[in-house]
Design a protein around this ligand. Sequence first.
Ligand SMILES: [Zn+2]
Length: 287
Amino acid sequence: MVMKVIFLFIDGVGMRPPAADNPVNPEVCPTLCRLVNDHSKPIDACLAVEGVPQSATGQATMFTGLNCAAAMGKHCEGFPGPALRQLVAENNLFLQLDRRGKRVKFADGYLVDSADELALHRFKSVTTVMALSLPKSISTADDLARNEAVYQDLTRETIQDRYPDIPVVSPQRAAEHLFALAQGYDFTLYEFFQTDVSGHSMDYDRACSVLRVYDQFLSTLVRHTENAGITLVMTADHGNIENMSERGHTTNEVPFIAVGPKEKELRSRVRSLADVTPAILSVFDEI
Ligand SMILES: [Zn+2]
C-alpha cells in the first residue's frame, strides 16, 4: 500500500467548550468542527513546563518529537533562537522522512527565488529551519506562480501589490493546488498561521472571517483526501483563537485530527505535541 500524508499545521487553535467568545463553532467553521468531533483527540501543548505554551518551542516539539520546552527550560515565543534552531535542524520530521527514502514537500510558497535566498533571511520560523535542512522541500515564488505551492494566507490577497502575476485564488482552489502537489510526495506539509494572528487581535469578526476562509479550504481538501485514500493529519502548536477574550495563547489542549487510512493508529499514539513526529514516522515505518 502506498502511504501518503498531508499534514496541516494550524497555528493557535485549541479545544474549548462552546462560548460566546469562541469562534470555533459549527456556524463559522463546520468542517473543522466535524473533524474535531469525529476524528480528533485532544492533546497536551503545555509539555509539563510552567507558563503558557508558545510557538517556537511548541512547533519545535511538534516537528522533532523532543520536548523542546523542557530542553529550553521554558516556553519560547516567536522565532527560535540559536539553540532551538540547532535542535530543529538536526532532529526534524523532514530529515527523518528523507532518511527513510520518503519524498517530502513544504507546500507553503516562500517569496524567494531559491533556498539559498531563503537561508539569508534573518528571522526563521521552526518550519523554515526544518525546510532549510532539506532544501529540496522548499517551494519558491515560481512554484506559487505555477500553482505548485500554496501561499500562507491561502488566497494570496496579501501579496497582490507586490506579485500581481500571482493571481488571487479561492480557498477551494488553494485546496486543489495542495492536493495536486501532494500527488508527487509521500508527505506534504501546509502551515497556516493567520488563525494565531487573528487570535492575538481580540477581534472576533476578524477571527471568524479567517476561520471561514480556512474552512472552505479544509472542506474541499478533506473531500479529495477521503476519496483518494490519503491520510490527512492536522494539529496546532497551542491554543489562542478559541478564546477571543484573551490576547495571548491559552493552556487548553489542542486537537490532533487524523482522517483516512491509519487515523486510529495515529490518534492512539499521541498524548502531547511531543508524540506527533514519532506517530507519523511510525505509520510510515509500518508499511
Ligand atoms: Zn501566537
